[in-house]
Design a binder for this molecule. Structure first.
Ligand code: NAD
Ligand code: UFG
Length: 341
């Protein structure tokens, strides 16, 4: 299949492009490089022997999208492009709604004009807010998110659901990711956050490689086994494979499909610190800090629906996630090197 991958040079998009190529698909990548680097194309090419067609531009630019659909016979779209930092979304709500909500609407309009009605959308477990029970099933209540980023994901879910209600020849899959971590096992693709990482795994990796002194553990008084927050960390390669499974199912049937992509297992902050310390061969320094505002105690996915409908299940554990992140971070201590040819 020829697949337009918006945001395809970002963290999850780049790993998904590799898996698409490895499985006989042809990704067509578009990205505005607001949070990624063009040299990721070199890395994808080095891994797969194929350089995806790349279109530099913005998902909010309808004429630009129209021109991509005119140039390529696209079968389906995987829509990763958007902004993703929870804290930043509080101070820049207009940018978040514009990139995430407006960008998705412009994309859907352009797709409709081109007669391309298969889309996979990157949603997030954040749409569940503070869950009433774990594991979280797909029919759990959504919408009680506490920040503009989370609301933007919820709004796009609603927009796409309404679109399907109005036009039932669409095939729309909403994938709710839990906590993506890890890197390509080659050590050549990984997460390259700008500035101080907001998320746990990249922060731990930067402490381990010596870029930062110690991890601040946000709270040790949650009602969890060791008092630290519990999340469902999923290896980015499993996540990429989940997109392939969703893609195969997507074009078989019109409909609105919603799946959690997680492992079904919760790990605490200290579990992650310990797993990473084992992977890198030395202890990762940390100290306990107060809770971070807006954090929930625990969250993990029910994986039954994805297993049953998509035949997909995550297979990599936190030891593998840590080993692959460490391989990436120690090979690329400063992230993607701007000087690379
Ligand atoms: P990322 O920032 O690494 O990738 C997003 C890519 O989209 C980047 O390459 C960026 O340059 C591009 N982009 C942003 N705005 C754009 C625009 N207006 N036009 C064109 N390109 C644009 O993020 P990621 O971690 O790979 O996340 C991919 C998607 O998954 C996002 O939609 C994100 O919200 C969602 N998601 C991520 C996580 C996570 O923890 N990483 C969790 C749940 C959901
Ligand atoms: N944590 C620390 N120290 C840090 C960073 C995080 O102790 O420096 C803790 C948090 O308190 C939390 C856990 O590590 O208990 C995970 O935090 P992350 O920031 O890595 O991830 P979140 O679960 O807060 O959020 C992530 C994504 C969101 C997404 C959400 C639900 O960043 O975009 O998962 O999918 F919405």
């Amino acid at each position: 299949m020829k697949v337009l991958v918006t945001g395809g040079l970002g963290y999850i998009g780049s790993h998904t492009c590799v898996q698409l190529i490895e499985n006989g698909h042809t990704p067509v990548v578009m990205d505005n490089l607001s949070n990624s680097k063009a040299l990721v194309l070199n890395r994808i090419e080095a891994l797969t022997g194929q350089r995806p067609s790349f279109h530099l531009g913005d998902v909010r630019d309808e004429a630009f999208l129209d021109s991509i659909f005119a140039q390529h016979q696209i079968d389906a779209v995987i829509h990763f492009a958007g902004l993703k930092a929870v804290g930043e979304s509080v101070s820049k709500p207009l940018e978040y709604y514009d990139n995430n909500v407006n960008g998705s609407l412009v994309l859907a309009r352009s797709m409709r004009k081109a007669g391309v009605k298969n889309i996979i959308f990157s949603s997030s477990a954040t749409v569940y807010g503070d869950p009433q029970q774990v594991p979280i099933t797909e029919d759990s209540p959504t919408g009680a998110t506490t920040n503009p980023y989370g609301r933007s994901k919820y709004i796009v879910e609603q927009c796409l659901s309404d679109l399907f209600t109005a036009e039932d020849d669409w095939s729309i899959t909403l994938l709710r990711y839990f906590n993506p971590v890890g890197a390509h096992p080659s050590g050549t693709l990984g997460e390259d956050p700008q500035g101080i990482p907001n998320n746990l795994m990249p922060f731990i990796a930067q402490v381990a490689v010596g870029r930062r002194d110690k991890l601040a553990v946000f709270g040790d008084d949650y009602p969890t086994p060791d008092g630290t927050g519990v999340r469902d960390y999923i290896h980015v390669m499993d996540l990429a494979d989940g997109h392939l499974a969703a893609l195969n199912a997507l074009t078989n049937k019109s409909g609105l499909h919603i799946y959690n992509l997680g492992t079904g297992k919760g790990s605490s902050v200290l579990d992650m610190v310990n797993a990473f310390s084992a992977a890198c061969g030395h202890p990762v320094a940390y100290e306990i800090h107060p809770r971070r505002a807006g954090d929930i105690a625990e969250c993990w996915a029910s994986t039954a629906k994805a297993e049953q409908d998509l035949g997909w299940k995550a297979t990599r554990d936190i030891a593998q996630m840590s080993a692959d992140t460490w391989h990436w971070q120690s090979n690329n201590p400063q992230g993607y090197d701007e000087l690379e040819k």
